[in-house]
Design a binder for this molecule. Sequence first.
Ligand code: BGC
Length: 716
Amino acid sequence: MNKFIKTFTVVLAIGAATSILAQSTTGDEKKINSLIKKMTIEEKVHMIHANSSFTSAGVPRLGIPELVTSDGPHGVRSEHGRVWSDAKNVNDSGTYLPVGVALTATWNPTLGIAYGEVLGSEAKYRGKNVILGPGINIMRSPLNGRNFEYQSEDPFLISKMVVGYIKGVQSQGVSACVKHFMANNAEVDRGTVDVQMSERALREIYLPGFKAAVIDAGVNTIMGAYNKFRGQYCTHNEYLVNKIVKGEWSFKGALMSDWGAVHNTMEAIFNGTDLEMGSDIGKPALSFPNFYLGDTVVGLVKSGKAPESIIDDKVRRILRVLYKSSAFSKTSPGEYGSEAHIAVAKKVAEESIVLLKNENNILPLNLNKLKSIAVIGANADRKNSMAGGSSQVKALYEVTPLEGLKKLAKNVVFNYAEGYKIKRDAVATPEMIAGAVDAAKKSDVAIVVGGWTHGYSNSWSDNVFDAEGVDKPNMKMPFGQDELIKAVVAANPNTIVVLLGGGAIDMSQWVGNAKGILETWYGGMEGGTALAEVLFGKLNPSGKLPVTFPKVLEDAPAHKLGDFPGKNGVVVYREGIFVGYRYFDTYKVEPQFAFGHGLSYTTFFYKDLKITKGENNSVKATFTVTNTGKVAGAEVAQLYIHKEKSAIERADKELKGFEKVFLLPNETKTITINLDKAAFQYFNETKNAWDMEAGGYSIQIGGSSRSIQLKAGVNL
Ligand code: BGC
């Protein structure tokens, strides 16, 4: 038996045991098996590779339709037709939701569900079976060009947010596709780089989000990443796919490749790739029938080099996805760009804005007193929906920050200055700075809108910082924005800096002098409206950072302890489990803004932490939060655990629970967070299993990882 056949037998055995169960409980499994019996090997093989840019073949003779996919992850992508050319005369302008990191910055899992429902419903309307999202790769470095699509540096927060998103999508009869499995934490070299990390980092940091997607959310499809993991491409990685996903997690759906991520036929056949996606780029050798899982597989089966049962397993998984994704019966048509969907986009934008700094309560701005506002920065009037690469969305409309401000402050004079040119390596010229200073001087307040920019897919060599296929060269503000902000702050002390982008940017040159700072990510079609409402106090900000903002790049653990992007095709995650705040808190490095940080226009008081021990090392924590200020607001109460006197290397604290509470002035609510034993476990590499240290733990509660208000001990 060759090595491939041996491993596959194990997976098949596990699959068979569970699919027997499924057969007796669902009629679909019976239908699927009967369809497979009627199919020729050629028909089966057509189903396991792409037949156009976003589809794979069905079997018309048996009434099996094509499987139709679409990006994802924050809107249904504009139509690219079957051969990657923009489709004409189609209705493909829909809801543009805030990007992934913005959703997570709400720390509101209920919004995750609403967000997923919008995507599912719009995908269904557009005739898609699968929406290619959510993207949940860990934000390991601030430089990853795709962080904006992802969620967080923290596996627990990802796990909680991703479940809502997936359930929301799948409740509409459309499949979600969690991506990019695994360790696609940088874009440069993504197609070749080999990621090396410890088993503990894998289990504690990089896998939990995917595990929650499979086990807690029941995701129907997974996308294998471009990169390698421990020497083998992720999409046909024996350990990751066969052993973990299909073995340990009993995943029953389909694992598809990223576009062009398959590199080897035998590995793809035997190591769990169910569907090879990619582009037919016109050359015969790269045409769809010549894909790794193309016609060649027919010959391999006929000559006995690959058992037909293994192809049946892939087809069975794809058919399951089709059955679960309205391919055979469509119960409702879905909705597109509806008012209800736009309301969700707005709500997510509202709750995603993070107020980083608010010296002397410069915010909210009082519209009754303001006569003039300087709005400075090219980002203030730039649309982002079609930028970023494959996640581009043709938005029905998009309110820019400047438009949002003007709409809400009708009686105010706006003095706009472009401030900088969005062009890589551009600097703010003296003339542009002078224009901005002039606008700032003659206005009551100055709002600089800056930060990172998305690039447009037709000019990837230009303007690109937050986009697929590129990483940022460093964490410094591009286009001469540091000089600009310093000059504006000097001209008008009432300056507020509004940042756009997929994450941290080096603010060290002006952070001490700007009175107000907000992070708004890329806020979707209503991002400008939500920003204006926050600035003018119609809305109280409640977003919290899902990722640490370091002061300078050198402080980020991937750069301090590990490799980024890697050397000679290999990247070693030497920082291990010390990702994000786990590093900053344990190594006592002061971040610019801590994980979980986010201010409000009101104040919150935490009290009365009580810890109760339950059975099997479970723990219940209850405490109260009171709104002690004058306006209604929401607080994200966060629970971290800390192991006292640990015998092993551990992070100083780990997020294990959170709840977002909405409180009127003087209102108090009691919060209960239940922790099961998994909350206290670590992955023991010697035993190769989850393990628990006995002894004392401290339960720490607060409004951020660096603002702990209550502590109590528990012995386990
Ligand atoms: C991206 C995926 C995307 C796919 C299809 C790839 O380049 O990495 O996230 O879903 O293209 O557009």
